[in-house]
Design a protein around this ligand. Structure first.
Ligand code: T46
Length: 138
């Protein structure tokens, strides 16, 4: 991926005649310790997100269905379609994200490096541009 602080992670997919299993271990399969998980589902035709995080690291996985994720750092942007339960999108600090086009059945699982903290969010886009310019020019 061309965006700094973002990458796609392919998880193991262990299959047999019984179906598939994907294991995810803190620090092994993803680059941080998981302190929180949450999931987003039953999303109507709306866009969510519209923010960046100052420090939080997360991995987004469409464990069911399909969703598009727009990620940008002020200069570059990229759209990623998540639709495989064994694929995760790592989003590190200072990346703006918007999630949209959720399929009806989509369940978006998010693994996060920290507990919920509203003060880590940057929800104002102009403020984000100002802060990300400084962050990425270092
Ligand atoms: C992100 C994207 C991918 C909590 O109380 N605890 C939590 O752990 C979270 C994540 C949210 N909330 C509350 C805060 C809001 O009152 O749930 C409400 C909805 O959260 P928000 O509008 O931030 O949801 P999204 O879908 O825009 O963003 C979420 C995450 O908040 C965010 O960190 O990166 O998913």
């Amino acid at each position: 991926m061309k965006l700094i602080n973002c990458s796609l992670i392919e998880f193991k997919k262990i299959g047999s005649e019984k179906g598939y299993l994907t294991p995810i271990e803190s620090n092994n399969d993803i680059p941080f310790e998981i302190k929180r998980i949450y999931y987003i589902y039953d999303v109507p035709n709306v866009r969510r997100g519209f923010h960046s995080h100052k420090d939080l690291e997360q991995v987004l996985i469409a464990i069911k269905g399909k969703v598009k994720i727009l990620i940008k750092n002020g200069e570059k942007e990229e759209i990623v379609t998540l639709e495989k339960p064994n694929e995760g999108l790592y989003i590190g600090p200072m990346v703006w994200r918007e999630m949209y086009d959720f399929s009806k059945d989509c369940v978006l699982l998010v693994l996060a490096s920290e507990l919920y903290d509203e003060s880590d969010y940057i929800r104002d886009y102009n403020k984000y541009l100002e802060m990300s310019n400084k962050y990425f020019s270092n």
